[in-house]
Design a protein around this ligand. Structure first.
Ligand SMILES: [Zn+2]
Length: 598
């Protein structure tokens, strides 16, 4: 197993994998880009081709190519390994990871069932009423039906059994596990029988389950819509319908249109709104927000329900805002839902999406439109509904803007609204969720920073200077000293320095420290010999100053001791040393310039 992981990693280039997902540019010996794991405007996400690792100096995320895929794609270890092995042409031995085989089987069953239903819909007479319904009543084109692999499950007891069990040799247990059939007494029932089938995929295109919808005028005890039950591959709260097809468009636009159901999504897509997904409900879950925010910083919510009254929907919006997503709401006017609007007036639909308002404007306008803002009673109702909403705005400038807006609408002084909010704030303080702050390394001392800087400059240009005694004596933190020791051993008899070879031979506890040094972005300095030289001198000088100061402190204590004990000759010696060092210090200090350390 460990060998296979190493083999896959050796045949994989982290730079090419990461650059398929986010934009990274060459910066000296590393690559850098905007971090996909926290929101930032200047790049602090670094990738090292030499060490085959990444690290973000903003939020601290770091790891190798497998952990990148785990974090970015939401794969588990086995999935990431398999994905890379397939690309690299490495055959993994089947027993290498448990669980993976089972998931694969469930994907296959779901996929085969979906294909079977799709075939019935398009080619079999029992699928005809459903096909007519989809094309004539719902306005779907044949091409669209094919793209989304829509199908029909006939209301015939043994249809699926004949195909999946008799022909494909799966067992009833397999079908139950995949969620497509269940046991009733001694018989097995096709869960989706008599329904139009919308196959569900994860964002990587794995077939994970399905949604079934009854044709109009059919009766069932199970309700109009049903979904696969949760299985090892299907989790309702994680699915974003259509994302496997639209993730590229969403990424390109940096904007995701969010609708409620499968048909809303498909009709939008068919009308030319390609950057769309369906959440299969009214509330965005945390998993959905995390996944989708990797592809877009702006969500436009086009739900048919009255979201102001829907607490779950509001929670979902808050979740997204907490993760730094800009959330807007589109109003559909007289249309019932995005499906209807996209079919009847694609132009108006696109305009409505263009004109989507910030969620705050939307909620405020909606509340004002519900009550009479002229009457005292109306004002009270508006204020009671809006105050908690205003209080929830975490950005103070944005909040001030909306306080103004509400005060104007109510015809009351701004301070009256602000005071109300203040009261709510203090009352709810204890319950307000803490917003995660990116983990930051603990504050480093000036000495640690300087030593790290000197090592960075050396290792990213020419580490030979570390062999000089004068340079070596400047360091006194354990990490730096140990790395240099290792370097001196390593470089003996070698002409060229190979960082990956060096890192490969380092003791485990030093690897992370060395990686940080090699990943720091000092390209601007290292590229030009004169700036490199200048910076090296500055850092060296500051370190010298620090060690003189340290020595002076020690000498001061020594002198005190000698005085107390009356050791005259020792005292004299120490005093002379003290004078000499003070002179050296003032010489060095004359030159005021300091290194600029980030
Ligand atoms: Zn980051």
């Amino acid at each position: 197993m460990a060998d296979q992981v190493e083999e896959v990693k050796a045949k994989t280039d982290i730079v090419s994998i990461i650059s398929e997902h986010i934009e990274i540019k060459k910066a000296g010996r590393n690559y850098k880009g905007l971090c996909p794991f926290h929101s930032e405007k200047t790049p602090s996400f670094m990738v090292s081709p030499e060490l085959q690792i990444f690290k973000c100096f903003g939020c601290g995320e770091s790891g190798d190519v497998i952990s990148f895929l785990q974090k970015y794609e939401g794969m588990d270890f086995g999935e990431a390994l398999k994905y890379l092995a397939d690309r690299a042409g490495v055959k993994l031995t089947p027993l290498s990871f448990k669980g993976e085989g089972e998931k694969q089987k469930l994907y296959e069953i779901n996929n085969l069932a979906a294909k079977f239903y799709h075939y019935i819909l398009l080619n079999h007479r029992v699928g005809l009423p459903a096909l007519n319904y989809l094309t004539k009543e719902r306005g779907l084109k044949r091409e669209t039906i094919k793209t989304f692999n829509i199908g029909f499950s006939p209301d015939v007891p043994l249809a699926l059994k004949k195909f999946l069990i008799d022909k494909k040799r799966y067992s009833y247990q397999d079908l139950e596990k995949a969620g497509i059939s269940y046991r009733r007494g001694s018989t097995h029932v096709d869960r989706f029988r008599g329904r139009v089938i919308f196959p569900l995929f994860d964002h990587r295109g794995n077939s994970i389950g399905m949604a079934g919808r009854l044709l109009p005028n059919t009766k069932s005890q199970a309700g109009k819509y049903i979904n696969s039950p949760d299985t090892p591959v299907y989790h309702k709260s994680k699915v974003l319908y259509g994302l496997n097809l639209t993730r590229k468009d969403i990424k390109k636009e940096n904007k995701a249109i969010i609708v409620e159901g499968e048909l809303d999504m498909i009709s939008s897509w068919q009308a030319g709104v390609k950057n769309v997904v369906a959440i299969k409900g009214t509330a965005l879950t945390e998993d959905q927000v995390t996944l989708l925010s990797r592809f877009a910083n702006e969500f436009i919510i086009a739900l048919d329900s009255d979201i102001a009254g829907d607490e779950a929907a509001k929670r979902g919006i808050n979740l997204a805002q907490d993760q730094g997503v800009d959330v807007k709401i589109a109003r559909l006017g007289k249309y019932k839902d995005p499906d209807e609007m996209a079919r009847k007036s694609p132009k108006a639909y696109k305009e409505a999406l263009e004109k989507a308002k910030s969620v705050w404007d939307f909620l405020i306008d909606l509340t004002f439109s519900k009550y009479n803002q002229k009457s005292g009673e109306g004002k009270g109702k508006i204020s009671r509904e809006l105050m908690p909403i205003l209080a929830a705005i975490s950005d103070e400038i944005v909040q001030a803007h909306y306080i103004e807006k509400v005060a104007k609408g109510l015809g009351v002084p701004r301070d009256a609204v602000a005071d109300q909010i203040g009261k709510i704030r203090t009352k709810t303080k204890a319950e307000t969720p803490k917003i995660a702050i990116p983990k930051k390394a603990k504050e480093k001392s000036r000495r640690e920073l300087l030593e790290e800087r000197l090592l960075t400059l050396a290792f990213q240009s020419d580490p030979k200077i570390l062999n000089e005694k004068k340079t070596f004596s400047l360091f006194n933190t354990p990490l730096a000293e140990r790395i240099i020791e290792e370097y001196r051993k390593f470089s003996k008899g070698k002409k060229k320095f190979d960082p990956s070879e060096f890192a490969g031979g380092l003791p485990k506890e030093l690897v992370q420290g060395f990686a940080d040094i090699l990943l720091k972005d000092v390209q601007d300095l290292v590229e030009r010999p004169e700036t490199l030289d200048f910076e090296l001198k500055l850092v060296t000088k500051e370190l010298e100053l620090l060690s003189i100061k340290d020595k002076l402190t020690n000498l001061g204590q020594e002198i005190n001791e000698h005085e107390k004990k009356g050791q005259k000759s020792k005292l004299k010696e120490a005093e002379q040393k003290f004078t000499k060092l003070t002179e050296k210090l003032s010489q060095l200090e004359d030159d005021e310039s300091r290194s600029i350390i980030h």
